[in-house]
Write a protein of this length. Structure first.
Length: 269
């Protein structure tokens, strides 16, 4: 079969036109703009970690129950601390003498023990040396035992024993800081009440004496400290019952020598 050149040219021209007609659509389809669709929850980026707050600096605020960067460890020069403690007063009554109308008679004085609150104020002159003053008052009952009249209730009295102590601290600027000290006590008796019966009137003299001290401070948190303290006081008490010439004038001397043990919490200012 013979195909003329004119017919062949017509066929090829038609094919080229058909291809040209299809090309723009295909090109338009491949050049469509890409639209950013929202990511699903599983495809979203992980949240960025928030920065951790830095510790409080020396110039920042620090809570009263926090140990911060500017909190000093332990106690030392210039510190002032106030303590509130539970205090046990344990009179020893190591020796007694009793007189009736000027004549010595058998008998010994017994004084009851007591528990009371105590305030202590302490200031550090140096890292090792401090001075403290305690303020407390306790009520005690007094009796005479083993007398010719048997046991005699003498009465009761409140005692205010301000005690000043100079202490040496072994571990300044450490959380645990033991100490020893020496001082003096002045015991003042007030609200004295006679027991009645044989004792119608009672007077107790002001007395005083030396004391020794041992204890420790432990820093709990921030400026709060736990304290344990024991003092041995050497006090000789003098008391008089009734008036002279009353027929039953009683005089007594008693070596109270109380051991004073305290436990409490202190705050440094």
């Amino acid at each position: 079969m013979k195909i003329s050149l004119k017919a062949l040219g017509a066929v090829l021209g038609g094919a080229w036109l058909s291809a040209s007609a299809l090309t723009p659509a295909a090109h338009a389809q491949t050049t469509q703009p890409i639209v950013n669709a929202p990511l699903s929850a599983s495809m979203q980026a992980a949240p960025v970690a928030q920065p951790v707050a830095a510790p409080v600096s020396s110039g920042g605020r620090c809570g009263i129950f926090q140990t911060c960067a500017n909190t000093r460890i332990g106690l030392g020069r210039g510190d002032f601390i106030v303590r509130l403690s539970a205090l046990g007063v344990l009179p020893e009554d190591t020796s007694s003498k009793v007189w009736l109308n000027g004549t010595a008679i058998p008998g010994r004085i017994k004084t009851t023990r007591q528990v009371m609150p105590e305030l202590t104020f302490e200031y550090f002159f140096t890292d090792n040396v401090s001075v403290d003053l305690i303020a407390a008052s306790s009520r005690h009952e007094v009796a005479a035992e083993g007398t010719p009249f048997g046991k005699v209730d003498v009465g009761s009295a409140w005692v205010l024993p301000p005690t000043i102590t100079f202490a040496w601290h072994f571990r300044p600027h450490k959380r645990f800081n033991p100490y020893v000290g020496v001082g003096a006590t002045l015991a003042w008796f007030h609200n004295v009440s006679p027991a009645g019966g044989l004792v119608q009137k009672l007077n107790v003299g002001v007395t005083g004496g030396p004391s020794v001290d041992i204890g420790f401070d432990y820093q709990l948190v921030g400026n709060w400290f736990f304290n344990v303290d024991a003092k041995q006081m050497f006090i000789r008490d003098h008391a008089w019952a009734n008036d002279r010439g009353s027929g039953a004038f009683i005089k007594a001397h008693d070596s109270l020598d109380p051991t004073v043990v305290g436990m409490g919490i202190g705050y440094r200012f």
